[in-house]
Write a protein that binds this ligand. Structure first.
Ligand SMILES: [Zn+2]
Length: 90
């Protein structure tokens, strides 16, 4: 499998996904712009840390805003989980 870390491959994947989705974000449905909050980013449908892969089937194009928002939500739930764990610990 190709590694997503290669910048040229990333660029190709992002363009491919944007084209595949007709130029719209997979979450909010806004059309992508070149810059700003609605510029396209590569989103893992299943996060790498949850066992997801860099396979095209696991990737989607999301706008920067949605991508960041999702990331924040995940971090918050992780922090909550960490707090629970520390409370439960003796
Ligand atoms: Zn979006």
């Amino acid at each position: 499998m190709k590694r997503l870390k290669h910048p040229l491959y990333r660029m190709w994947v992002r363009r491919h996904l944007v084209k595949l989705q007709g130029g719209f974000c997979c979450y909010c449905g806004r059309s992508f712009t070149k810059r700003g909050a609605t510029s396209p980013t590569i989103e893992h449908k299943k996060a790498i840390m949850d066992g997801g892969t860099d396979d095209l089937a696991n990737l989607a194009a999301a706008c920067l805003h949605c991508n960041q928002h999702r990331g924040t939500q995940k971090n918050q739930s992780k922090q909550k989980a960490a707090q629970k764990t520390s409370v439960a610990a003796p």
